[in-house]
Design a protein around this ligand. Sequence first.
Ligand code: UDP
Length: 245
Amino acid sequence: MDKVNILGVYVDMVNIPQAADRIMEFLGEDKFHAVFTPNSEIIMHAYKNAEFADLLNRAELLTADGIGVVYASKILGKPIKERAAGYDIARLVLSKMNETGHKLFMLGGKPGVAEEAQINLLKDYPNLKIVGLRNGYFKAEEEPEIVEEINASGADMLFVCLGAPKQEEWINRNREALNVRVAMGIGGSLDVFAGRVERAPEFFCKTGLEWFYRLCKEPWRIGRMMELPKFAATVIAKGKKYKQE
Ligand code: UDP
């Protein structure tokens, strides 16, 4: 599978349908797979933190979540055609799981959010087998019990929505202990499924301006978003070092 090296993170060159197909293949294999969808903030975090970069690169699938990553791939001479956001991939996978009967566990969000997400998802995917829910606010010592609950549910697919980089670290830390076939870190998607947060209208997503829409709606994100120009500057400055094979 073709990958582009973005500041040391090897991102798969897949679009949304290709990512969903890979995940369905993963569901058919009797082993654990991690799926992460890094945006430019997360790649910057990995650039500054080698251990986190290794953790990302250990994942079985890494997709480009955000226009910043798509542009970076162009600058680096191995263009990814379009962004493959976790939310969109998750929706497509859910529509397929609605047919195949694979079982889903959702971990994350404030108390009550996963329950609201379940209600809405079952309206869209009435045959979807949701076998467990757990909010994302727990102490470290509760982790083994949560992993046990997930394993006991018989889930094939686990959505982990703790925000980045927490969810990636959580998945990596528990990958040996989890019996699921796929664990996907999909950030704030549960809030969107629950109808608590609105996704940016299609216009903003298609034109690569989703970040601008989110900034207007959630201005406190400005601190995190300041990583974006730093990311662009680093990609341009270090581009040659990351020349593609
Ligand atoms: N969250 C959680 N546990 C935590 C911290 C965050 O479950 O300890 C949830 C939070 O409620 C929200 C999501 O993680 O639903 C983070 O969403 P955000 O949009 O900030 O993440 P992003 O998609 O930008 O990584």
